[in-house]
Structures are given as C-alpha cells and as structure tokens.
Design a protein around this ligand. Sequence first.
Ligand SMILES: C[S@@+](CC[C@H](N)C(=O)[O-])C[C@H]1O[C@@H](n2cnc3c(N)ncnc32)[C@H](O)[C@@H]1O
Length: 266
Amino acid sequence: MYKTSQKHQRENSLHGSESIAEARFHDTNTDKAVVPFLKWPGGKRWIVPQLLNVLGSFQFERYFEPFLGGGALFFALRPSRALLSDLNPDLINTYVQVKQNAAAITRKLRRLPVSAEKYDRMRASSPASRFERAVRFLYLNRTAFGGIYRLNREGVFNVPFGGGQRTPEALWRDGLLANAACVLKTARFLTCDFEKATADVGENDLVYCDPTYTVAHSNNGFVRYNERNFAWDDQKRLAACCQRLARRRIGLGQAHDSQTSAIARF
Ligand SMILES: C[S@@+](CC[C@H](N)C(=O)[O-])C[C@H]1O[C@@H](n2cnc3c(N)ncnc32)[C@H](O)[C@@H]1O
C-alpha cells in the first residue's frame, strides 16, 4: 500500500527538512481531536476510533475526502495537506467561509435569536452573499429538527424547527468554529463529484470515501443531501474508481453505513 523508499525520496521536495510524519498534523491550539462543527446525517464521529486504528499510522502526503459532509475523519486526523470536496455547494461554501471568516460568522450567529419564527425566516431566505449563506447554513444546521439535512427535489431545505436543546451555542462556547478554522487553514476545497475530486490523486496520497448510503432500488429512505440522490449507478462508478486507485496502490479508506460497518484497505 505504501512504498517506504519512495516516501523518503519525496519528503524533502514536499516539506523541506520536515518529514511527512511530522507534517501530518497542524499546529492547532489543541492536541485533542477537533470536533466537527456540523451535525451531518451519516457523519462518522462514532466510528472515528476504528478508522484511526486502521488509518492513523498510515503515512501519506495528501489527504483526499471526496464525500466531505461533516468531515469527522478529517478533523480527527488533522492532515496538513488536504483536498476536501463534496457535491453540495452550500456545504463547501460553509467550509470556505469558516476557514476565512470564523470570527465574523460567530459574531453574526450570536446575534440571531433561536425561535421558530426566526428559523422559518432563515429557512425561507436566499442570501446573495457567500458569507450570509454560510451563516444561514450553520444556523439551520444547529436549529433544525434532529440535525437533519434534507433537500427536496427542487433543492430546497425542508426540515422543520427543532426547538429545545437545538441551538448554535456550541459553535462558540466549545470553540468549534475557531478550532475548525485553525485546522482548515491549509485545506483546499472543491464542489464536485467524487470522480473529478480524485482525478489528481498521487501514489502516496490517502483517499477516504464515505458515500451516501445507497440500496439497489436507489431509494435510501430519508437521506437527500443534494437535489439528486446518490444512486446505485453512482455506487458502481465509485467501486470502479476505487479499483482504479487500488490498482495504482493508492491508500484507500472506505466506510459504509450499514449495520456491519466495513473498512477496506488495499
Ligand atoms: C455520508 S455523508 C459523509 C459524512 C462524512 N464522512 C462525515 O463524517 O460527516 C456523504 C456525503 O457525500 C456527498 N455526496 C453525495 N453524492 C456525491 C457525489 N456524487 N460526489 C461527491 N459527494 C457526494 C453528500 O453531499 C454528503 O455530504
């Protein structure tokens, strides 16, 4: 899976005198794993310890996460070189804005009341600026019922107000946005399909795939992160893409949302 000799040959060209192993972790203000700032359906926080057992000691140059969602593994690994992507443009815009404007987003969110009326107004709004779109996305993510993210076929977010404990407060109280901004400092982002996102993968890179749960009849019951569902044909495309990467001996981690979560390493 990983060719040690090639790794050492490449170290100096990539990071000067710094080794790849040393370069993997950011100089964050915390040694602890960074908690994802998004509540994301299908998020893999619960399986991160097992993923780290398999991938944690793996040496790599760049980390690719083409189904980013809440990025649970990215925030646990904190790689210094990462290409993070997802098909959902509002999600990726939010990451970019958190990376660039975490303090201003926090100030704005703190001023917003948490109520059913405000929620309905936010949900119905369609801000023009990228910054305001990210504020709306975070507000809805933290106040929607059950933390669900669901779009209808027209691409409209249609989850009702959550109430009770569902507030954005943890974003600043627990430093979620500030810590995320720190870890995201050197990450690059793309809004695109996984095939495009992995086109440039090199042999010392690590690719972690956590696609939307799909069943052969193309109806996964409730998860719709995008206007178009991740269909069975997409699963087949992904399998072919992973096989191509594996043939080139590229590090590959994959998770499935099923009762017996499987992690494949080639
Ligand atoms: C199960 S979630 C990923 C969860 C993530 N691992 C976490 O820990 O939060 C799957 C993600 O894949 C994205 N997605 C669906 N189809 C895609 C495609 N064709 N290409 C790239 N991303 C896609 C969805 O928008 C969603 O964010």
